[in-house]
Design a binder for this molecule. Structure first.
Ligand code: HEM
Length: 385
């Protein structure tokens, strides 16, 4: 039940020794995410975070309006629902096909690792299709993503420096590769993949530069991968801990919709928005946060706030009025929410249907160390007799 979060919520807006602020209650987090005086641009922090990238062209998750809104709008126009019919709308069969063939490979195995054998390869395959990465390049793409994602957890005290260096090298190679794909897409209007659409867009916002397209493609890949892996894995773990819900899911396929929302509230992949910068002095819950302070928003704590959710520590797949913070809130609300929801719904439905009496090998499983992203590194499951 995350006792640390209950403790934090006793002081909804808490100043840390280093001058940053930790916000842990639902109402205050939501207010701040809708406050135009908060910036997502790392360049506005007086002490940039260690992970902050020096980039000529930041991706729109790290930009404020109007630059953020323009790039988000342009990408959204092609990406799809709920705002417009786009690429994601047409992907239902692809998603079912990818899930089906991954589960075919699991059938008959006595022990599987849900992370390595299923949850990890699934979203990266989906994003490759969306971007238009040729099939034969997918294995290379997976390896780069592995190295980039591995380096997210880099801890200078315990990890070899090689892990970070590999991550940086993979990130650069990935960008160069994406740049090459964008180059090929120019002058091919009518191309169906996202890169072709962005490279030839003559819509009301003008064209994106090649650097902007590469930064956006890279963002979709990084923001959409590990998060989806963790939602599927946390989801299956929670179902195995609540066998009656797993059983219900086999017979009531519609349950997967509210179930997925409850997972985003109860075991969310993103626990913290690690920073926003205050553009000016901001007053929240009677506390003045001074201009340029770093603000950390504890999303997972807000989603367990008893002032907002009835019995928040109870996993209730039938919960109504479930406005969780799993995808954030406000102008940076997760762009990939509709895709991530469909991926997870299809994955959980099919896993529940096709795994043979699945059981956890170890509970709790080993977790990744990051305080921001929460999910098991491996989830070993036994099946059959
Ligand atoms: C933003 C969570 C899947 C693309 C966010 C934010 C959260 C989040 C909490 C807000 C960040 C902030 O306010 O600074 C998740 C979770 C996912 C998921 C839990 C899976 C379960 C995806 C997928 C994609 C994606 C599949 C794309 C393919 C993005 C982008 C943003 C974003 C582009 C930035 C939006 C903006 O700045 O306007 N996501 N995400 N996410 N997410 Fe996701």
């Amino acid at each position: 039940p995350y006792p640390l979060y209950a403790e934090l919520r006793r002081t909804p807006v808490a100043r840390q020794e280093d001058g940053s602020y930790v916000v842990s209650t639902y109402r205050e987090i939501t207010d701040l995410l809708h406050n135009p005086h908060l910036s997502s641009d790392t360049r506005n922090l007086s002490h940039p975070t260690a992970g902050a990238e020096e980039q000529a062209t930041p991706a729109f998750i790290n930009l404020d309006p109007p630059a953020h809104d323009r790039l988000r709008r342009m990408t959204m126009r092609h990406f799809g629902p709920p705002h417009t019919p786009g690429l994601v709308t047409g992907m239902e069969d692809d998603l079912t096909g990818i899930v089906g063939s991954l589960i075919d490979d699991l059938a008959g195995k006595e022990q599987i690792d849900l992370v390595d054998d299923f949850a990890y390869p699934f979203p990266v395959t989906v994003i490759c299709r969306l971007l238009g990465v040729p099939h034969e390049d997918e294995p290379r793409f997976h390896l780069w993503v592995d190295d980039v994602v591995n380096a997210i957890d880099y801890n200078p005290k315990t990890d070899p420096k090689e892990k970070l260096e590999k991550g940086i090298q993979a990130r650069n190679e990935l960008r160069r590769y994406l740049g090459g794909l964008v180059d090929q897409r120019h002058g091919r209007p009518g191309g169906e993949d996202l890169l072709a659409r962005l490279a030839n867009d003559d819509g009301p916002d003008g064209r994106m530069t090649d650097e902007e397209i590469v930064a956006t493609a890279n963002l979709l890949l990084i923001a959409g991968h590990e998060t989806t892996v963790n939602l599927i894995t946390n989801g299956m773990l929670t179902l195995l801990r609540h066998p009656q819900v797993l059983q219900r899911l086999r017979h009531e396929p519609d349950l997967v919709v509210p179930l997925t929302e409850e997972l985003l509230r109860y075991e969310p992949p993103v626990h913290i928005i690690p920073w926003r910068a205050a553009y000016s002095d901001i007053t929240v819950a009677d506390t003045v946060i001074p201009k340029s302070s770093r603000i950390m928003l504890m999303l997972a704590s807000g989603s367990r706030d008893p002032n907002r959710f009835h019995e928040p520590d109870r996993f209730d797949p039938d919960r109504r009025d479930n406005q969780h913070l799993g995808f954030g809130s406000g102008i940076h609300l997760c762009f990939g929410g509709p895709l991530a929801r469909r991926e997870t719904q299809i994955a959980l439905t099919e896993l529940a249907r096709r795994l043979d009496r699945p059981r956890l090998v170890a509970d709790p499983p080993p977790y990744r160390r990051s305080p921001v992203l929460r999910g098991p590194v491996h989830l070993h499951i036994e099946q059959g007799d």
